[in-house]
Design a protein around this ligand. Structure first.
Ligand SMILES: [Zn+2]
Length: 511
């Protein structure tokens, strides 16, 4: 097995005991740090856009006016490159989806795909592999190379321009009030007097006069896996108090090879439904609905007074509260699932929230918060437990029958799913997660395919299987005899009759 590097980094907030004078010295670094961030970001972006080169944290900096030491400037450059790289990754994902949904010839798509992946968004020239097609249609990259056509490069650049403007804005890294300080400016040391406590020595604007910040560790931090990094994350809050986080790095857990595959869907009544029939997290939606009323009255009050929502502290705190609640709830539910089942992998649709009864604004906040929370939770359990994640395209998961594959709008009636072809009846949420499981097991991931194309494929598969087209069924369905299939019916406690769930005592709270 290949030796893996400690690549999982987790940060921990520790209580510090710095006095006001020390805090002052540290906060005075922030303005210089932010100004340097702005200059360094401009330099990195210039090289990226004008010369088509990659972001790089070892690049020699053009001289600029600053009170920061050379070592501090290196920390600035590391932070900038980290921030820009993560922006680029998000942009690549957005671009990939635009390419997939476009009507370009498949050869051009393949070229764009390759160039996007290699980060050639502003390259003046690039090489591409010559493509080879197998009889079954699979495309292979041959070792042979050719120059990328100029119009393809121009096209990629134009897509990038669109994405920067409308989808993933370039972050203003200099607005961050967090300084990621490398060991050269923030040395972490063990305390000599008390066994567990730590010191971090932070360099200041005054040469040769660092500040020693005592840190109190806690059980959670001490017991967390990984090795302590010589690195400190110092955040300066609006009231000029500081927060210090330290980082532990560990080796990622190897991917699990045993255990079950489980599929999750966002529920209408519960936060998650699994393909085993569990419905978990029933308190989230009632809570959201209640909060939604308060949110709606607050926003209409602010709009009446013409106060922009963005600058309103109350509104911002409200949003934060919702985000925190959703995150907590998602973490809690996934932790619970991991305790109950021995899970090898989790399949999710690419997160489409369709809960009714919430305002559009609330739905938007929920979607963003939910997506972010579940992504970070899944990433974290992949690293710490080796549980892998699969995503499938969410199109028509709520309308497709997990039994026979028939897809129609009238299969679903609010909380109930009843197939108009085979008569299968299920709780609508359970049906959705079973369809997700089915797509995963058939290898239909199709993440970057349009809804239209998905529907065509589903109809085609149905026709192949049953010899009937969608319209045949639609016309005849009033005459179709309904067969009652064996179905799982959730009980009042939200638990399916699946024995595995009951034996393990899976219980969810009641609303
Ligand atoms: Zn069916």
């Amino acid at each position: 097995m290949a030796k893996s590097k400690p690549s999982v980094a987790r940060s921990y907030l520790l209580v510090h005991k710095a006095n006001a004078a020390k805090i002052n010295k540290i906060t005075s670094v922030l303005t210089e740090f932010q100004m340097a961030c702005k200059t360094v970001q401009a330099q990195q972006m210039r090289v990226f856009v004008q010369d088509g080169e990659k972001f790089w944290n070892r690049r020699g900096l053009q001289p600029f006016q600053t009170r920061l030491s050379e070592r501090y400037k290196r920390s600035v450059q590391n932070q900038v490159v980290m921030g820009l790289s993560s922006w680029l990754e998000l942009s690549k994902t957005a671009i990939r989806s635009i390419i997939a949904k476009s009507s370009l010839p498949s050869e051009v798509k393949a070229d764009l795909w390759w160039l996007n992946r290699s980060g050639a968004h502003y390259a003046k020239e690039a090489t591409l592999p010559a493509w080879e097609y197998l009889p079954n249609g699979t495309r292979l990259a041959t070792p042979e190379r050719r120059a990328a056509p100029q119009e393809t490069l121009d096209l990629l650049r134009a897509i990038m321009k669109h994405v920067r403007k409308h989808q993933v804005n370039v972050p203003k890294l200099w607005q961050s009030r967090t300084m990621m300080l490398d060991g050269t400016v923030a040395q972490v040391e063990r305390s000599k007097t008390t066994e567990h406590d730590l010191w971090v020595r932070v360099s200041t604007l005054e040469k040769g006069s660092p500040v020693w910040v005592p840190l109190k560790t806690n059980r959670f931090f001490n017991e967390a896996a990984g090795e302590l990094s010589n690195f400190a994350q110092v955040s300066i809050l609006d009231d000029n108090s500081i927060k210090v986080r330290l980082v532990k790095k560990s080796v990622p857990a190897p991917a699990k090879t045993d255990g079950i595959d489980i599929s999750l869907d966002w529920g209408l009544r519960s936060t998650f439904a699994t393909d085993f029939g569990d419905q978990l997290g029933r308190s989230l939606y009632p809570w959201l609905r209640q909060i939604d009323k308060q949110l709606t009255s607050l926003t209409s009050e602010l709009q009446r007074k013409r106060i922009p929502l963005k600058s309103n502290g109350r509104y911002q705190r409200f949003q934060q509260r919702i985000r925190d609640y959703v995150k907590n709830e998602i973490n809690r539910i996934i932790n619970r699932l991991l305790r109950i089942y021995d899970i090898k992998s989790i399949t999710v649709e690419s997160l489409d929230f369709r809960n009714g009864g919430l305002s559009r604004r609330m739905n938007r906040i929920l979607s963003r918060a939910g997506r972010a929370a579940i992504q970070s939770k899944l990433a974290s359990i992949a690293e710490t437990r080796g549980v892998t994640t699969h995503k499938v395209n969410p199109a028509y998961t709520s309308q497709q029958c997990s039994g026979c594959g028939y897809t129609a709008k009238n299969n679903r009636n609010n909380l109930h799913f009843k197939c108009r072809f085979c008569g299968k009846r299920l709780n609508a949420d359970t049906s959705g997660s079973r369809t997700i499981a089915m797509r995963r097991s058939h290898g239909h991931v199709d993440l970057y395919v349009s809804r239209q194309a998905i529907l065509q494929r589903l109809d085609g598969e149905f026709e192949n299987r049953w010899g009937l087209s969608f319209s045949d069924v639609k016309e005849a369905h009033c005459r179709t005899k309904e067969r009652r299939g064996k179905t799982l019916r959730p009980t009042t406690d939200g638990l399916a009759c699946a024995p595995s769930a009951q034996q393990t005592g899976l219980m969810d709270e009641l609303p």
